[in-house]
Design a protein around this ligand. Structure first.
Ligand code: SAH
Length: 236
């Protein structure tokens, strides 16, 4: 295990035992939405997406961008307005309906035959498709593959025991030469039970199989604040 200290002074790969067993159920997430306990939602969108937009898009237009565990992230609207096609997945139907209503976007709703109880909400213009189901119900045969992924509040929200499954699925959903922007949080995992969970850089490398590959994982930024540091990462 890697115990080297990173820029924020935390011990990479150590002391995460207290979060390892923690499980947040789908019902608990639905409950958070029902009672409005959604402090993770950022009305203004995320500054790191603005900052690293070029890294995600790589100068290309008309991309398919995936938002895992999307909530009602306003960045979906940003990218759709730029002419990209956006696909999200979220267990909370309330979150998806709030997304469309808060942006005054008309939408239609249809069942997803491959997923029991699954629904797809699609903007009438057709460029935003949001699946209401668990991300683990998806596969590339249902949603296709993506040129870009915006992972903010997704890997860090996944239960620690499901991380490998999540990472394998994400890699299956990516086209060759796609970019994956990941925002993580860094803090002492003994002081907060999560989510968001603390995912050490060493674990991210092993999850996404970046151990040996040159240039596979690049840490673009570590902004260290009092208790947390934000990181943006890119895979190509
Ligand atoms: N990415 C969003 C939301 C982050 S919070 C943002 O940046 O605002 C994590 C979200 O994942 C919650 O809305 C929760 O309801 C949803 N979620 C949790 N488990 C999920 C799962 N297995 N499949 C799909 N969505 C899930």
């Amino acid at each position: 295990m890697d115990h080297s200290a990173n820029a924020s002074g935390l011990l990479e790969g150590s002391n995460i035992g207290s979060q390892k067993e923690r499980v947040v159920t789908e019902e608990e997430w639905l409950q958070k939405w029902e009672v409005g306990n959604i402090g993770f939602h950022k009305e203004q969108g995320h500054p790191l997406l603005q900052k690293y937009l070029d890294v995600l898009l790589n100068g290309k237009s008309g991309l398919r961008i995936f938002f895992p565990l999307c909530g009602k992230a306003v960045e979906m609207k940003w990218l759709a307005d730029m002419g990209h096609s956006v696909v999200g997945v979220e267990v909370s139907e309330q979150a998806l309906k709030e997304f469309f209503s808060e942006h005054s976007l008309p939408y239609c709703e249809e069942p997803v035959p491959e997923i029991s109880g699954g629904k797809m909400f699609q903007s009438t213009s057709g460029n935003i498709s949001l699946y209401c189901c668990s991300i683990y119900d998806l596969s590339s045969s249902i949603v296709g593959k993506f040129d870009g992924v915006w992972d903010r509040g997704a890997l860090v929200a996944v239960n620690p025991c499901d991380r490998q499954r999540y990472a394998s699925l994400m890699m299956n959903l990516m086209e060759k030469n796609s970019s994956y922007l990941l925002v993580t949080v860094s803090y002492d995992p003994n002081k907060h039970k999560g989510p968001p969970f603390y995912v050490p850089e060493s674990e991210i490398k092993s999850l996404f199989g970046c151990g040996e590959q040159e240039g596979c994982l690049r840490t673009e930024e570590k902004t260290v604040s009092l208790q947390s540091s934000k990181r943006a990462r890119r895979w190509t």
